[in-house]
Design a protein around this ligand. Structure first.
Ligand SMILES: Nc1ncnc2c1ncn2[C@@H]1O[C@H](COP(=O)(O)OP(=O)(O)OP(=O)(O)O)[C@@H](O)[C@H]1O
Length: 303
């Protein structure tokens, strides 16, 4: 995994740190303001090796702001951000990548008409031969892409096929394998299942689990508590920029997580308001009692 030849953009970890144990990255009371707008405030979050840390929240909750801080796109304006126990303040995603933090976004940075293997190495191509006759090492790139995808359990019929012909789920999986190959220790997945159907979502969740099993710390951003609960070890729910819930799997059930996401109190108020409006059948809406989190969490929070 380390012998990746000559990276043309230098964004590749040439000597990735050894596989880390325990805590990889941490936010302590972190926050971010855009001028007068406080998008994130007082957030504590831990990313451990071999664990999936889920960040859930509705639109505008602050999820994007959080991942922008961790991935080096924005800097926090309050609190601390530590990587390997040391405070950091990244000024670009490349700096984050140099520390092994890689983000995989919904709108993947791929060239649809280029083959899968070519996209795998896009921006960090392997080359051979001395300058000035250095050329792309196509055979080695194909072989390596094939091996790395297989290592993650991803078997594609033909690496020559344009990446645009793969399903959304398969493209996400290639992007995950790529990040792992290029030395990611912390993988940030921004709504990887949002645009996918049930089967494709299942495929992506499988590879999230595979990345975790390879010892990566995964930050899984999602709106979907069911997807989070299938692979998550720790759950953080953001609401209006602050953490409404932060709990390990053993302390939260899927029902509680779903209720936090549904915003039980808000839905109850909405139901009351709608009941005043003629023509709206509030019987179709869930009861308030259905929305209140149960008192006792289920044993070990098993799905
Ligand atoms: N560049 C910016 N300038 C000003 N305000 C911003 C900026 N980016 C985000 N915000 C505000 O910060 C708050 C949190 O936004 P953020 O995009 O982090 O939420 P989100 O949970 O990712 O939402 P979504 O799921 O809709 O993407 C929102 O109120 C948003 O309007």
């Amino acid at each position: 995994m380390t012998d990746n030849g000559t990276g043309t953009h230098g964004a590749v970890l040439q000597d990735p740190p050894p596989a880390s144990e325990g805590l990889l990255a941490e936010l302590r009371g972190a926050g971010k303001s855009y001028g007068n707008i406080r998008a994130l405030h007082g957030v504590d979050l831990k990313v451990n090796a071999g664990q999936v840390t889920c960040v859930l929240g509705d639109n505008g909750a602050g999820k994007s702001t959080l991942i922008k801080i961790v991935s080096g796109l924005h800097q926090h304006t309050e609190g601390e951000f530590l990587v390997d126990g040391r405070p950091v303040r990244f000024s670009s995603p490349r700096e984050a990548l140099a520390k092994g933090i890689a983000a995989v976004y919904q709108d993947l940075a791929t060239v649809p008409l280029m083959p899968v293997w070519r996209n795998f190495f896009l921006g960090s191509e392997m080359t051979r031969g001395p300058w000035p006759v250095r050329r792309l090492d196509i055979a080695r790139m194909k072989k390596t892409a094939d091996e790395e995808l297989r290592n993650m359990g991803i078997v594609l019929d033909d690496l020559e096929q344009p990446i645009g012909t793969l399903s959304g789920g398969q493209r996400q999986c290639v992007a995950i394998a790529r990040a792992v190959y290029f030395g990611a220790r912390v993988l940030i997945l921004d709504e990887p299942t949002a645009a996918l159907g049930v089967k494709q979502s299942g495929v992506v969740l499988k590879y999230i689990a595979a990345a975790r099993d390879r010892g990566l710390g995964v930050i899984f951003i999602t709106h979907n508590p069911h997807h989070a609960y299938m692979v998550g070890d720790h759950f953080n729910v953001l609401r209006l920029g602050t953490l409404e819930l932060s709990a390990p799997r053993s302390e939260v059930s899927l029902e509680e997580l779903t209720n936090h996401m549904a915003g039980g109190a808000e839905l109850a108020a909405l139901k009351h308001e709608l009941s005043q409006v003629r023509g709206v059948d509030t019987e179709e809406l869930p009861e308030e009692s259905d929305l209140t989190p149960p008192v006792a969490p289920s044993p070990e929070g098993t799905p």
